[in-house]
Design a protein around this ligand. Structure first.
Ligand SMILES: [Zn+2]
Ligand SMILES: [Zn+2]
Length: 491
């Protein structure tokens, strides 16, 4: 059977009745559960049912309410993110309020299979990983270069340039991704609410920060042979092997200073959000570099974000590649990227002026020229050297002009030495904070999942929790007044 779309107030009525029946007046003792009660009470998840309607057959028994399945998954992340789903079901049996808040009667809680079936309906692919499990054997070489503490591994610039230019040529082609149904629900039912509440900055002209973080999934990369070479005394053959986590590999974790197996999670976050709210997650193999991940995320998010446009992208120096500036510019996004000066050499121009690695013109006498305003009619930045320098006979000294269109990297539209740049760029760390929150508060890595499908479910679940937390934080006073509606005895 198809599920019934229950409006959110059907759920609220259910919660009122169940809390009365199981707790009565003693609900006033549940004071520490109030934030959770209010979050569930206010978050309307009924949109999931309509979205998944096609995924259910006409025949068969009536399915569990999809909104309640999702809500239960969120209550699990809110309260017990360190346990598995099987343990969560036991937890609901022990703690009736968790079952009630999910939308289940405490004597009628779904089994673990029902949870997995629900999650599979949000995943359009037949396989739960992106790559096939059967792969050519990978050398056990440690992948991803070791860097200094806190420093990301270096990348091969050629790879980033090639991928960014390829993406620029193909950015009008929208390739469906298995995470799309999750993003669709998240955008229409969660992100939109946050946007209406003013929690993600200006949704029409979004400022986005991007950053990657390691997600450790297992201690060793496990695989099984498909041949019997080893039994016959042949070692190190090149036949295919079956990998238990085909989308993962090994990479360098710069903050923990060690190699790990798992994913590289690249997250886009709302830079102007006081709550550091996440926007778009993307899982890559652990060995993937931030700059490569950003290219994929920037194109995919631009294609999928329907609430407005992305005006700015704030990235750290690991993303400082010319092709990234050009890709973002072509998307109508202004890049704000710190320079990563590998070269200390000045750049030659077709005049006697050179350009420093920081993008400052150097006069023939070797002095840095001074900013001298902006020429709007010509759309160029003016520079000059004082007459006292002696590099020119002109009355007001030597002048020079730079244009963003000549070199987006060295001459960004918003100059790096301006106050405007500093004010915008200081919001970049919101992506680092959102990643920390997912890993520390919501124990992202405690997932112990084998499939990319389950990891995406966990990541989107945590992102939804972060948004609902922000709804609560920003409206605490109003929400707390609802206590008397839910339980008159709480007044
Ligand atoms: Zn073999
Ligand atoms: Zn000079």
């Amino acid at each position: 059977m198809k599920p019934t779309v229950f409006p959110h107030d059907t759920y609220q009525t259910f919660v009122l009745e169940q809390l009365q029946e199981h707790y009565g007046r003693s609900i006033i003792h549940l004071s520490q559960d109030w934030p959770l009660i209010l979050k569930c009470w206010q978050a309307d998840l009924s949109g999931i049912t309509g979205q998944l309607m096609e995924q259910y057959a006409d025949q068969g028994p009536e399915p569990r309410d999809p909104a309640s399945m999702l809500r239960s998954y969120l209550v699990f992340l809110f309260t017990n993110p360190g346990i598995g789903i099987t343990q969560w079901i036991n937890e609901m049996k022990r703690t009736p309020i968790y079952a009630i808040l999910s939308g289940f009667s405490p004597d009628d809680i779904p089994g673990v299979g029902t949870f997995y079936e629900f999650i599979e309906r949000l995943w359009p692919e037949a396989t739960k990983n992106l790559k096939p499990k059967k792969q050519k054997p990978k050398k056990n070489k440690k992948k991803g270069q070791k860097g200094k503490k806190g420093q990301k591994a270096n990348y091969k610039p050629g790879k980033v340039e090639r991928f960014a230019r390829w993406s620029e040529r193909h950015m009008d082609i929208v390739k469906p991704l298995p995470g799309d149904p999750l993003f669709q629900f998240f955008e229409q039912n969660i992100l939109k609410v946050s946007a209406d509440l003013g929690l993600i900055g200006d949704p029409d002209a979004l400022s986005v920060a991007g950053d990657g973080t390691p997600v450790v999934t297992q201690a060793y990369r496990r695989s099984k042979p498909t041949c019997d070479c080893r039994a016959n005394g042949i070692y190190g053959c090149h036949h295919h092997r079956i990998y238990s986590q085909p989308d993962c590999d090994g990479g360098w974790d710069s903050s923990r200073e060690k190699y790990f197996n798992g994913y590289h999670l690249y997250m886009l976050a709302a830079a102007d959000s006081p709550h550091d709210l996440p926007l778009y997650p993307r899982l890559h193999p652990a060995s993937r570099h931030d700059a490569v991940s950003l290219v994929a995320s920037a194109v995919e998010f631009n294609q999928r974000y329907t609430l407005g446009s992305v005006n700015r992208m704030l990235l750290d120096a690991a993303h400082d590649a010319e092709a990234i500036y050009e890709l973002l510019d072509k998307q109508g996004t202004e890049p704000f990227i710190d320079l990563n000066n590998r070269s200390k050499k000045n750049i030659e121009t077709n005049s006697d002026i050179q350009i420093s690695p920081e993008g400052i013109p150097i006069c023939p006498n070797g002095r840095e020229m001074k900013p001298n305003g902006f020429d709007k009619s010509q759309n160029r930045r003016k520079w000059r050297c004082t007459p006292s320098c002696g590099c020119s006979d002109a009355t007001y000294g030597r002048t020079y002009h730079t244009k963003s269109s000549d070199n987006l990297r060295l001459f960004p539209k918003t100059p790096r030495d301006s106050q405007a740049w500093k004010d915008i760029y200081k919001r970049r760390t919101s992506s680092e904070r959102t990643n920390k929150r997912e890993k520390n508060d919501y124990q992202l890595e405690a997932g112990r999942h084998r499939s990319t499908m389950m990891w995406y479910m966990r990541i989107y679940g945590i992102m939804i929790c972060q948004h609902i937390d922000a709804w609560y934080e920003s409206q605490k006073d109003d929400w707390n007044q609802l206590k008397t509606t839910i339980c008159p005895a709480a007044a």
